[in-house]
Design a protein around this ligand. Structure first.
Ligand SMILES: NC(=O)c1ccc[n+]([C@@H]2O[C@H](COP(=O)([O-])OP(=O)(O)OC[C@H]3O[C@@H](n4cnc5c(N)ncnc54)[C@H](OP(=O)(O)O)[C@@H]3O)[C@@H](O)[C@H]2O)c1
Length: 245
């Protein structure tokens, strides 16, 4: 038996479990399973591996992607760059951390914008934001960050609203906040959308609904938009590449 799974809190609706159950079925891997391991506190992490000796790897989700690093034996460069791991692989008895959010966003963005010249604006300063920052740095795309608090970023939403010209500078805006995610479909980052530059790119990490309120406002004001589904699929595929290598 080869076990895989997802740790996080809560882990209610999991795209990963659906993805891997379908994948194992398609590949005829009857001795592979993918379970949800709800874990409120990370001090339960070592016991998970002791209780499940056939566990080969896990995905990590909110709120543990950053703090889980202290429990790992080795970090791949991707998780070092981001300072967080969303994939763990047990290799020769050692736990190795990777960050496939970063790898997936980088690949997806390059495929969408090509050789992008301009500045980017990242909305939010959480775990996903750190993966996006690492990818933009790799691609030599300068960026600023927006946060609800002045400590969290270069601008607050209030500053952008009182100086809306600032927004026109950015040709790429990435939403890494949870705003707009089902069932809160009507919520969106508080930006002066009318000041978007025509033809700019809005990338939303949210993938449900297909068209978020952020994307809708972008399109109404001449932006090109993309949701987070491709990134989600790519990060899952990359987890499998790591586990099956
Ligand atoms: N498509 C994908 O593959 C993919 C991958 C990873 C994550 N995601 C999605 O990205 C989202 C963020 O994930 P995460 O792990 O970064 O979560 P997180 O660590 O909780 O961070 C989200 C950040 O968003 C901002 N934020 C939170 N609530 C907000 C609110 N009510 N209004 C405005 N800003 C708010 C906060 O930044 P400030 O405090 O600085 O404002 C917070 O740090 C989630 O919805 C997740 O599902 C998608």
């Amino acid at each position: 038996m080869k076990k895989y799974g997802l740790i996080g809190y809560p882990v209610g609706h999991s795209y990963s479990q659906d993805f891997f159950q379908k994948k194992f079925k398609k590949l005829g891997l009857k001795d592979h399973s993918y379970d949800l391991f709800e874990m409120e506190f990370l001090n339960e992490f070592p016991a998970l591996w002791l209780k499940n000796p056939t566990l080969q790897g896990v995905n990590v989700t909110v709120p543990h992607k950053e703090k889980v690093i202290q429990y790992l034996d080795k970090l791949d460069t991707s998780s070092i760059k981001v300072g967080a791991a969303n994939v763990i692989h047990k290799q020769g008895g050692k736990l190795v951390g990777y960050n496939t959010d970063y790898m997936a966003f980088r690949e997806s963005l390059e495929g969408w914008v090509g050789k992008f010249k301009g500045e980017a604006l990242i909305l939010g300063s959480g775990g996903a934001s750190k993966a996006i920052q690492a990818a933009l740095s790799d691609l030599n795309i300068p960026y600023n960050q927006v946060s609800r608090t002045s400590k969290g970023g270069d601008y607050t939403y209030d500053q952008l609203k009182s100086n809306p010209d600032i927004l026109s500078r950015f040709m790429l805006i990435i939403n890494t906040t949870p705003l707009g995610m089902f069932p809160n479909n009507d919520s969106l980052p508080d930006l002066p959308y009318k000041r978007l530059t025509k033809g700019c790119y809005l990338y939303d990490l949210i993938y449900n609904p297909d068209q978020t309120a952020f994307m809708k406002q972008g399109e109404l004001n001449g932006a090109k938009t993309k949701n987070g589904l491709e990134m989600l699929e790519l990060q899952a595929e990359k987890s499998w590449e790591i586990w099956s290598s």
